[in-house]
Design a protein around this ligand. Structure first.
Ligand SMILES: Nc1ncnc2c1ncn2[C@@H]1O[C@H](COP(=O)(O)OP(=O)(O)OP(=O)(O)O)[C@@H](O)[C@H]1O
Length: 296
């Protein structure tokens, strides 16, 4: 199966500033990919590059085997729901469906209708009068009814309360199971991604810090707690992602493929949140390359 997203040394500059740089990944199709990072990390920039809305300053990007901005057939394979659930406030729900049908050759009218019915959204309602959660669901419905192979969602649940977030993500997961599509979604909140994603990309300060299958990331990262120790003196092959020290004790998050034998350390598992926070804490790596790439 071809890669859903393949990028090599991808970069995007606005003026003199890099919003994204040195981005290299190779993600097989069929994943739900979470893109996490703080404000300004470059998440939207990456998603817009993948959706063909921006052109790279450097490097290459291929989505579903083609150049994202290439041609209508390529664009038809990608559904993009931009940040802030973009719907037209003055148009009714039904107008949105009509517009979707006109603009998208593969439009699945039955899917859209059924989904809105299940959600209890009245087709006559104006989008401007819907709640944030309903607007997000409408935007997701439009993205799904396009029947894309890849659905890209930029912080789709940022404005929703916890219940609406859960409903939205549940709906997304049902659609993924039903239609076998790949998804890339960004969020500030690891808890949202933890529930939905099986692949994670951590972006910080315009660079990728970690990327890989969630299971593999969790299996290769560990928390070490023990007597205070200089992190530079760990065995080769143990990469320190973050380090905290008190006078007597050190707590490290490390990445390693090998077992940890040192009896001085107490070793425990990390959660996805621990892992993401550790990478956010980490100073920029040098040389500037992702510290973890997908393994085959
Ligand atoms: N159109 C633009 N012109 C100039 N700079 C931009 C533009 N869009 C984004 N940037 C800058 O590029 C960097 C990355 O922005 P981007 O929107 O990709 O980050 P983000 O991770 O999506 O942030 P957030 O979580 O706040 O949405 C930021 O420093 C931002 O200020």
């Amino acid at each position: 199966m071809s890669a859903v997203l393949r990028a090599h040394d991808l970069g995007k500059k606005y003026g003199k500033r890099w919003a994204l740089r040195d981005f290299t990944v190779d993600i097989p199709a069929g994943h739900v990919v979470g893109l996490v990072g703080p404000n300004g990390a470059g998440k939207t920039t990456l998603l817009k590059l993948a959706a063909g809305q921006l052109t790279p300053t450097s490097g290459t990007i291929a989505v579903l085997g083609g150049r994202p901005e290439a041609e209508p057939a390529q664009l038809a394979m990608i559904g993009f729901v931009a940040q802030d659930t973009p719907v037209y406030a003055g148009l009714s729900v039904a107008d949105h469906l009509r517009l979707g049908a006109r603009l998208n050759p593969g439009w699945d009218a039955a899917l859209a209708r059924d989904r809105l019915e299940r959600l209890g959204l009245d087709p006559r309602h104006r989008a401007g009068k819907l709640s944030g959660g309903q607007r997000a669901q409408l935007a997701l419905t439009l993205g799904l009814a396009k029947r894309p192979d890849l659905l890209i969602l930029d912080e789709p649940v940022a404005a929703l309360d916890p219940l609406a977030r859960r409903e939205f993500l549940q709906g997304l997961m049902e659609a993924v199971a039903e239609h076998e599509l790949s998804v890339v979604l960004s969020s500030h909140l690891v808890s949202d991604l933890e529930r939905t994603c099986d692949y994670l990309i951590v972006l910080v300060g315009s660079r990728v810090r970690a990327a890989g299958e969630v299971e593999e990331l969790l299996a290769t990262h560990h928390r070490l707690t023990g007597p205070r120790r200089d992190p530079d003196r760990l065995p080769a092959g143990q990469h320190v992602v973050s380090a905290r020290h008190t006078d007597r004790q050190s707590t490290l998050i490390i990445r390693t493929d090998a077992p940890i034998h040192d009896p001085a350390w107490s070793v425990s598992q990390v959660t996805l949140e621990d892992l993401v926070l550790a990478y956010m804490d980490e100073p920029a790596p040098a040389p500037l390359r992702p510290v973890l790439e997908v393994k085959r």
